[in-house]
Design a protein around this ligand. Structure first.
Ligand code: ZN
Length: 496
């Protein structure tokens, strides 16, 4: 008994000493989890999903944002990697450890496993139940916003309002979007909006009372008085998506601006739920283009800063969750030919995304159908900074080795052939995937020189991180499954 008392006293002394050791006046971090925060249910919930974003993508952004020149290494944290709570989720679906966005987003939004390609329906393509956004709308009359850098009827955003047997049923998904009653859709366009002469989804949205706009000044003047809104990027790229951040200019509307306007449109006393997807992190990872992927991830982080600013103004009422749906590309930091070295700073030499470079090449070939490899190398230097062996480069790393030069020459030869005449053996697929052989060889070479490796043109089974801040954020600590994210949210916001 006496022994126990001494132990308690010792413990008390240790706690007191520990507190005293903290320098006087040091303020508590603003996002430290407090009991007061956990006592209430959040009224404003942000769900940020970086499509294809695992820890490697996140850390690559921290490395590029920091400093990685020869002999100098520093890392700069992102807004969401500073959040007080982090967790880890498994992403497998009903039949695969390398799942797709339809099944994983369904798990996140609705809490059950399904097949790759299936949206908002169970394994037998039967209706299982409403997703978190639909429940909040119906049971609590919250406003709902769905934002994505890709098309709004693409798999991830659709998992928050649609129930269809295939993610490719774009038109049906669009009809369900128009009938959702949700309050704010923003970002990319609508895939197959007319689908061979059917009534346009844009018209259906207008009939349901939505303000549909792709005018930048009109988008930037949206407010809580705007009613229901579909705000589309003024400029589209890559099949109707927002342009890559690396390709944006002052005329574009950024993801952060769409989120800020979403907050303005949705802000109301009852509450709101906003899902924000950065979908082209995934697309750039499919194409093994690290510079474009990282720029989109940094733009995603800027969008998260808008939610943090809102949370700071509503500290006891807001929850922000940031996660990925799966990893894409099998990205690694560290590559065979660079060993233990990395040189991320050379990624700064890439001026456009792979898809924009494909457009630049197409234009060059249209102007000169006999474009030679030597002439193409001028564009390579301009947009990737890479120069032939022996020539003077701004950095020694940027000179192509003779092996890289011959790889690039062969890729150019393949790219100049009509698609049907290109080599399609196993080795060619490993080298180029289904991408333009020239641009993907350029991103491979630049990425490898930076110390970045890729193992796939598809999704992988790497678990993904979860980062949380605000009311109820402590629920997201630890290791769990993607379906648990729905369960955690559901219990926090008190819906059935
Ligand atoms: Zn993907």
């Amino acid at each position: 008994m006496k022994k126990r008392l001494i132990l308690v006293l010792l413990l008390l002394a240790a706690v007191t000493l520990g507190l005293a050791a903290q320098p006087a006046g040091e303020s508590t971090p603003t996002w430290e989890v407090t009991e007061q925060q956990t006592a209430k249910a959040p009224k404003y919930v942000f769900m940020f999903i970086g499509d294809g974003m695992s820890h490697v993508q996140i850390n690559a952004a921290q490395v590029l944002k920091g400093n990685n020149t020869k002999g100098s290494v520093s890392l700069e944290k992102l807004t969401f990697t500073e959040f007080p709570v982090s967790g880890l989720q498994t992403t497998y679906d009903a039949t695969s450890f390398c799942p797709d966005s339809a099944s994983t987003a369904t798990s996140l939004s609705s809490g059950y496993k399904t097949h790759s390609g299936v949206l908002g329906l169970g394994i037998d393509k039967q209706y299982v139940g409403k997703n978190i956004a639909e429940r909040l709308k119906e049971q609590k009359d919250w406003k709902v916003g769905i934002v994505s850098t890709v098309t709004i009827n693409h798999a991830t955003p659709a998992a928050y309002y649609a129930h269809v047997p295939s993610r490719n049923n774009y038109y049906d998904i669009g009809v369900q979007m128009a009938n959702s009653g949700f309050d704010y859709f923003a970002g990319g366009s609508i895939n197959k909006a007319e689908d061979g002469g059917k009534q346009s989804i844009y018209t259906l949205l207008e009939e349901q009372g939505y303000l549909v706009t792709d005018d930048k000044s009109e988008i930037l003047s949206l407010s809580s008085k705007s009613g229901k809104v579909y705000a589309q990027s003024p400029r589209l790229q890559d099949g109707g998506a927002m342009p890559y951040a690396i390709d944006m200019d002052a005329d574009d509307v950024t993801l952060a601006q769409f989120v800020k306007k979403g907050i303005d449109v949705l802000d109301n006393e009852k509450g709101f739920f906003m899902m924000v997807e950065s979908g082209k992190i995934d697309w750039a990872c499919h194409a093994n283009d690290a510079a474009s992927e990282i720029r989109d991830l940094l733009a995603f982080d800027e969008a998260i800063q808008e939610a943090v600013a809102f949370a700071e103004a509503h500290p006891d009422e807001t929850l922000i969750v940031v996660t990925g749906d799966h990893e894409t590309g099998g990205m690694t930091i560290g590559f065979a030919s660079t060993g233990y070295n990395t040189a991320f700073n050379i990624l700064e030499n890439q001026k456009v995304s792979y898809v924009a470079f494909d457009g630049i090449m197409q234009e060059a070939i249209a102007n000169n159908p006999d474009l030679s490899f030597q002439e193409a190398l001028v564009l390579v230097e301009e947009y990737f900074g890479l120069v032939p062996p022996g020539s003077k480069a701004s950095s020694e790393v940027l000179a192509l080795s003779s092996l890289e030069y011959s790889r690039l020459e062969e890729a150019f030869r393949q790219a100049m052939l009509p698609k049907g005449s290109r080599a399609n053996d196993q080795l060619s697929y490993q080298l180029y995937g289904s991408y333009n052989p020239f641009s993907i060889t350029l991103t491979h070479i630049l990425n490898n020189k930076a110390g970045i490796g890729w193992t796939s043109y598809s999704h992988t089974g790497t678990p993904v991180g979860v980062f949380a801040y605000g009311v109820g954020s402590e629920m997201f600590a630890g290791s769990y499954d993607n379906t648990d994210i729905f369960a955690k949210l559901k219990s926090l916001v008190e819906v059935v």
